[in-house]
Design a protein around this ligand. Structure first.
Ligand code: C2E
Ligand code: MG
Ligand code: MG
Ligand code: MG
Length: 292
């Protein structure tokens, strides 16, 4: 506090700044090497149909396994990757890795659901996004319908003509487009009628209090109704309790993703879920027995 003496405050402030900028530079240097050193990996979080209980998709979520820092959250390094431009090689790595994984499952005779990858607004702005994405699909040898792209509303709010064109091209290559964290962005709903979108992901901030806060419940129900009227699928994010699940199911939500069914897991664990045919049972519990 200023009262305690300017000198002291100043020094403290300065040290704080130095520490954080050194830390930041450190992190940046380390992140630059992370791709080459094979320190990045994908976790997979299953997405479940609320009516059949089946796993109908997965979201690939990036993790950074650093030898000293341990498992670093994307919330910590994705913003840095965006500021430094590292998001481009990292984003391409995510897409290649997810597609190669799908191909490996298919080659192994496994039925695979589509996998969703997150696309940052920076990537969406990238000139060669369509070329890069279709190139990755071609190289991997999988059909475009196995790849879903998650974008946020902010990515949609720029050059409308370009967004329309890019989304159309991505869809022509077979990919599915979903809007991530729906309802939290700078939002003009008019983009929903103009753009080739398939799915809305209701942000977890609305789901969290859905059984306690009537306003959150009203917003979610309105999103579901609107989405269905527009011919879009709705998935709820961050479903942690049976109460949330039942509310969503009884109000016509199509799909869910959240800790109640499964956290994001390493690829081997996700593969195991697919193999065993793990399902959400009618009373809401995850069925571990593999019955179909
Ligand atoms: P997101 O795309 O909205 O992903 C959902 C986040 O919610 C994930 O956090 C997931 O672990 C978490 N989550 C899932 N179910 C639950 C639940 O029931 N309760 C709670 N409290 N959380 C749940 P994660 O993996 O830490 O990722 C955070 C964000 O980082 C993502 O949010 C996404 O914006 C970004 N991100 C992750 N991977 C990538 C990537 O490959 N590329 C880009 N550009 N961004 C990524
Ligand atoms: Mg996402
Ligand atoms: Mg989200
Ligand atoms: Mg998010």
């Amino acid at each position: 506090r200023a009262k305690k003496g300017g000198g002291n405050t100043f020094r403290f402030y300065n040290e704080g700044m130095n520490t954080s900028s050194v830390e930041r530079l450190n992190l940046e240097t380390r992140l630059r090497h992370a791709v080459d050193n094979g320190e990045l990996l994908l976790y997979y979080q299953p997405q479940v149909n609320l009516h059949s209980g089946e796993i109908i998709g997965a979201e690939a979520l990036i993790r950074w396994q650093h030898p000293e820092m341990g498992l670093v959250s994307p919330l910590k390094f994705i913003p840095l990757a965006e500021e430094t431009g590292l998001i481009f090689p990292i984003g391409e790595w995510v897409m290649r890795t997810a597609c190669a994984q799908i191909k490996a499952w298919q080659d192994g005779g496994m039925m695979t659901p589509p996998v969703a990858v997150n696309l940052s607004a920076h990537q969406f702005r990238q000139r060669h996004l369509v070329k890069m994405t279709t190139g990755v699909l071609l190289d991997s040898g999988i059909d475009g319908r196995y790849l879903e792209l998650e974008m946020t509303e902010s990515a949609m709010m720029e050059d409308t003509d370009r967004v329309i064109r890019v989304l159309r091209e991505l869809k022509e290559a077979g990919m599915t487009i979903s809007i991530d964290d729906f309802g939290t962005g700078y939002s003009s709903l008019s983009y929903l009628k103009q753009f080739a979108i398939d799915k809305l992901k209701v942000d977890q901030s609305f789901v969290r209090e859905i059984t306690r806060d009537p306003k959150d419940a009203a917003i979610v129900v309105a999103i579901i109704t609107m989405a269905h009227s527009l011919g879009l699928n709705v998935i709820a994010e961050g479903v942690e309790t049976e109460g949330q699940l039942e509310y969503l199911r009884s109000h016509g939500c199509d799909e869910m993703q959240g800790y109640f069914f499964s956290r994001p897991v390493p690829v081997g664990d996700f593969e195991q879920m697919l193999r065993s045919g793990r399902k959400l049972t009618l009373n809401g519990q995850a069925d571990e027995s593999g019955r179909r």
